[in-house]
Design a protein around this ligand. Structure first.
Ligand code: NAP
Length: 316
């Protein structure tokens, strides 16, 4: 089988595809034949080592000093190819989707994962591509809007950067919650933002839209506290999905109104997102789709931070 490997911190050319033996599932493990996997903003950041200011040291301590010592690929969708000893609750051929997490390994034609780990049955309503796209933006948007900002029905939300992976999930989930959604996007993506449920769409290059907002979800951190605060109601909350170290420290002083951090990717969060999908509140947007052999090109697109929806590689 083919697997991906990072050879160094650097450009997309540092992603190499190489041959490897198909792994054997151990006790309690599933062998998955991967059909599709996302190439996320997180994958691009791991590969390049380019992270918001002040966080580089922490990231290199976590994933490798001189090169990323993690495997490429955070999430996957595919089929159960074999069951390791002692596995219950899954059958051979079952469609599944799940997460390899930050240690990675989903950019491969086969992978193993504990059957009790972050892997779930793929609903019939989702294709392999949609399954691959499902968790990255969806988990982030659901946790920050529902749990952290406590977005309520009737509130007015601005999603700044509304059509990428996180933004496209946020617009849908907010509409499902019953919020009114304004969005910013580049002009080519305005139809997509409206289709997702935004009622007011403007170009972020011509400045922020008219406030006040109860919640602002600033996907790329392009507004920051100083530009967002005048657009908020007195009880309004700013969520910075992309925040540097100084913003993270500053948010600790205004906990309720200024929200930063990272989201959870555990089984309860994954199940909650599946429930949201079943209730009609979220279906991931599929953007560019490339064959696995073009993984380096997919990284090139991912690190532009201007892709519509989710970028997928397919393993055939
Ligand atoms: N905190 C966490 O736990 C967490 C979790 C997931 C992701 N993230 C971070 O969130 C960010 C977005 O991830 P993603 O997967 O959604 O990326 P993405 O799919 O590449 O989407 C980026 C979005 O930002 C918009 N955008 C680009 N430049 C902008 C600017 N200057 N002002 C306003 N909007 C701008 C793009 O709009 P156009 O395409 O219309 O130009 C697009 O909608 C990344 O930095 C990622 O590392 C953080």
């Amino acid at each position: 089988m083919q697997i991906a490997r990072y050879t160094a911190y650097g450009g997309p050319e540092t992603v190499a595809l190489e041959d490897a033996p198909i792994p054997t599932p151990g006790q309690g493990e599933l062998l998955i034949r991967v059909r599709a996997a996302p190439v996320t903003a997180g994958d691009a950041r791991m590969r390049s080592g380019r992270v918001p200011r002040g966080l580089s040291l922490m990231v290199r301590l976590a994933i490798g000093w001189s090169r990323p010592r993690v495997a490429p690929g955070w999430a996957f969708a595919g089929e159960v190819a074999a069951l390791g000893p002692g596995v219950t609750g899954f059958t051979q051929g079952q469609r599944v989707f799940g997460l390899k997490g930050f240690k990675g390994g989903a950019h491969a034609e086969y992978l193993t994962i504990p059957a009790t780990g972050p892997v779930l049955s793929l609903p019939d309503t989702l294709s392999f591509e949609q399954g691959a796209a499902f968790f990255f933006g969806g988990l982030t948007a659901a946790e920050f809007l529902i749990d952290r900002a406590r977005l309520a029905p009737g509130e007015r939300l601005l999603v700044a950067g509304a059509t990428g992976s996180v933004g496209s999930a946020a617009v849908q989930i907010a509409r499902h919650v019953g919020a009114e959604v304004a969005a910013t996007a580049s002009p080519a993506n305005h139809p997509l933002a409206r289709q997702l449920g935004a009622t007011e769409v403007t170009d972020y290059r011509s400045g922020p839209p008219q406030g006040p907002f109860d919640v602002i979800l600033d996907v790329m951190g392009s507004l920051g506290w100083s530009r967002a605060q005048p657009l908020l109601t007195p009880q309004g909350r700013l969520v910075l999905i992309t925040a540097d170290l100084s913003e993270m420290l500053a948010s600790a002083l205004r906990r309720r109104r200024f929200i930063t951090g990272t989201n959870k990717d555990d089984l309860p969060s994954m199940r909650r997102l599946v429930d949201l999908h079943r209730a009609g509140g979220y279906t991931p947007v599929i953007g560019p789709t490339l064959p696995f052999a073009q993984l380096a090109q997919a990284h090139r697109i991912a690190e532009s931070f201007h892709k519509p929806g989710n970028l997928i590689v397919t393993m055939g």
